[in-house]
Write a protein of this length. Structure first.
Length: 690
């Protein structure tokens, strides 16, 4: 009896969904994109967002009420990644496709809510559809509308497209739901298989050996799983009474073998054409010359190269054997393997490497990534924010490529490292630096005294009741920490002090007085590389921003300031906090997602308060924004700010008229005729009549 009743209920439900209907389904990406796609959005220094597995390269699908939106990244443009921002979690897409699908229904309309690009005076929606037509709105109607009739629509993204919301209208006769098996049917490494049943209280059993799935012999499906070999997946659905529902569904997933271009040594790899894909490089006792967080420099005796996107537990001198695969590429003169992946035969062997003693003159003839060198008592000079080895008339550039924890400075040092390249010029990339000469350290009692020191001076800087204004770490791991005491503010650059925003700091630190493009900085001392043990720091109240005028920028470098009631203007691609003819550039130096697109803050009718760190780049004063908020607008005719327009405001005009013409404040020229007169009083009277 129960089975019969259940059968008729299923028939009734099928009849219900077979009727014609129209429905709107909404995807609110601006409010909940991360949850919709099941990823962890972030706000990294570059502004690019990755999912928890590392990159937004695999297909991502959001499903609402049976309608799905799938984002697929371009396989040919993996470096320009699609993003979901954490702080403003809308979709920001640069390539690939967006597929909207409503299985069993016809999609008859879609409305995309997008951003307005003030620079290009167009919507941030650059897409074409494989069916139907797209109509673009304007600045007042920031939508892109699709019209047509299709179960699935594929949008191909050409460039920056920012989607905040999508409304999908579906109409038509729904076909009975069918169990589905989804995944990349042809793959080279692995594919993820997802099985979706049709009954809320049902169970799905599947097999991977080609046999019929049953309750006794099948595998109970509970979550997506991965395949690494060619496999046929069969699945069947069973109801709460363990009765099979519908037919068995099957799908075959085929692993495709990659045809690699084999390079038997690094010299052969370097000789390949640029952008050669699917290269397998055979390493034979390749020695690690240097490494950073994302790449390793190796030499196997035939030549040297860079293995990029390759993070391994290998120190300088270790030997690498076996195969690595990736793309032969070039970046600023460096030949590299991009997207390096270790093969199953890849091994690492501990080892050491001896540095070869060379002269400055010999570096000009040294092979790039050719060996490990040392220079004893070599002189380093600084010119135009660049460093050079010098020996008489011979000069060779030194660049801190590996960021090994010390800061380059003028002086005499013992240096070890390798010869690298930038574009067409060779550089020395140090991996170790020390000095035989004791460094004289000057003691200073506060930040103001430190700022008065000559560049290149080692100092013991005492911090008393200092406040961390802001601490920021770049994608490369370089930290900039802005600290203020009662006398001034300074930027601690790459000091590894472990200071956090809003902490209170006391103690002392050994630092080098330096600058970067005219901005004063404090860098790690070459003689005293560790300093954290000399400081005490603990969480404190948020730092207060100093309210300053645009014209006071030079007096508050490295400080947390607020430029209040300023216009935000645009000149080409640059944005400025502007008051009259005076302005300070607004530059997203901290790569905060909220300020990647400053066009949202450009309005002729609105002024803003801009809070951030004041810096200088050569001769341009810039504020790195932390917060931009609109200024509340009062009635422009409430001249005495008493909350109403009255005869008291007329008196303000009369008082201004009594002043000499050259002393009058022209903001009271309400009718814009170039003078303050009874005509401006009439403006107030007209407002009072409303």
């Amino acid at each position: 009896m129960m089975k019969t009743l259940r059968y008729f209920m299923l028939l009734a439900m099928t009849a219900m969904v077979s009727t014609t209907f129209a429905q709107k389904v909404t995807f609110d990406f601006d409010a909940d994109a991360n949850t919709l796609f099941g990823i962890e959005g972030s706000s990294s220094g570059s502004g690019q967002t990755y999912d928890a597995s590392g990159e937004f390269n695999e297909d991502k699908t959001a499903t609402v009420e049976g309608v799905s939106v799938t984002v697929s990244a371009s396989e040919t443009d993996a470096k320009t990644r699609n993003r979901i921002w954490k702080t403003s979690p809308r979709l920001r897409l640069y390539n690939g496709t967006v597929t909207v699908s409503a299985p069993g229904h016809k999609i008859t309309g879609m409305v995309f809510t997008v951003n307005w690009n003030s620079d290009k005076k167009a919507l941030n929606f650059n897409a074409t559809a494989d069916a139907g037509t797209i109509t673009l709105g304007d600045k007042d109607n920031q939508t892109a509308t699709w019209a047509g009739e299709s179960e699935t629509v594929v949008f191909t993204i050409a460039s920056n497209s920012q989607i905040k919301k999508l409304e999908v209208t579906i109409d038509g006769e729904a076909t009975p739901a069918v169990l589905t098996i989804e995944g990349e049917e042809e793959f080279t490494d692995k594919t993820t298989v997802t099985i979706t049943g049709t009954l809320p209280d049902g169970q799905v059993f599947y097999t991977l050996d080609g046999s019929e799935p049953t309750l006794e012999e099948g595998l109970l499906y509970s979550a997506p799983f991965q395949l690494t070999e060619t496999t046929t997946v069969k699945a069947a659905e069973f109801d709460a009474d363990d009765e099979k529902v519908g037919e068995t569904v099957e799908k075959t997933f085929t692993k495709k073998e990659i045809e690699y271009v084999v390079a038997n040594n690094i010299a052969e790899f370097n000789a390949l054409a640029n952008n050669t894909d699917n290269v397998k490089l055979i390493l034979k006792d390749a020695v690690v010359l240097g490494k950073a967080s994302k790449y390793v420099i190796v030499n196997d005796g035939t030549a040297g190269t860079e293995l990029y996107d390759f993070s391994i537990e290998a120190e300088q001198g270790y030997k690498l054997n076996g195969s690595v695969t990736g793309k032969r590429a070039e970046y600023n003169g460096v030949i590299e393997m991009a997207g390096t992946t270790a093969g199953s035969d890849f091994t690492i062997t501990e080892g050491t490497i001896e540095a070869q003693e060379v002269t400055v003159a010999a570096l000009a003839d040294a092979e790039v990534f050719g060996g490990f060198y040392k220079l004893t008592n070599v002189e380093i000079i600084s010119e135009d924010n660049k460093f050079y080895f010098v020996d008489g008339d011979t000069k060779f550039q030194v660049f801190d490529q590996f960021r090994p924890g010390f800061t380059l400075a003028a002086g005499t040092f013992n240096v070890k490292g390798i010869v690298g390249i930038y574009k067409t010029g060779k550089q020395f990339w140090p991996t170790a630096i020390d000095t035989d000469q004791p460094v004289e350290t000057v003691e200073v009692a506060n930040i103001a005294e430190f700022l008065d020191l000559a560049e290149g001076t080692e100092a013991k800087l005492t911090l008393t009741d200092a406040k961390v204004l802001y601490s920021w770490t770049s994608n490369n791991g370089n930290n900039s920490t802005y600290v203020r005491d009662a006398t001034g503010a300074i930027c601690f650059n790459r000091t590894a002090l472990g200071l956090e925003t809003n902490e209170d700091v006391n103690g002392f630190v050994y630092v080098l007085r330096s600058s970067y493009n005219k901005l004063p900085q404090a860098n790690v001392s070459a003689a005293n590389e560790t300093n954290a043990e000399n400081l005490t720091h603990e969480a404190g109240d948020p730092a207060e921003a100093k309210v300053i005028a645009v014209t006071e920028a030079a007096d508050y470098l490295n400080d947390l300031v607020s430029l209040n009631d300023v216009a935000v203007t645009v000149d080409g691609t640059k944005y400025y906090a502007t008051v009259g003819e005076d302005k300070v550039q607004i530059y997203n130096g901290f790569h905060l997602d909220d300020f990647n697109d400053l066009s949202a803050f450009v309005s002729e009718e609105q002024n803003y308060n801009v809070k951030g760190i004041m810096v200088v780049y050569n001769t341009t004063y810039e504020i790195y924004p932390i917060e931009i908020t609109p200024v509340e607008q009062g009635n422009p005719y409430d001249l005495n700010n008493d909350g109403k327009v009255s005869t008291a405001d007329i008196q303000v005009i009369i008082n201004e008229m009594k002043k000499p013409a050259d002393a009058q404040d022209m903001k009271y020229d309400l009718n814009g005729d170039g003078k303050i007169s009874t005509a401006d009083i009439q403006v107030i009277i007209n407002e009072m009549k409303k």
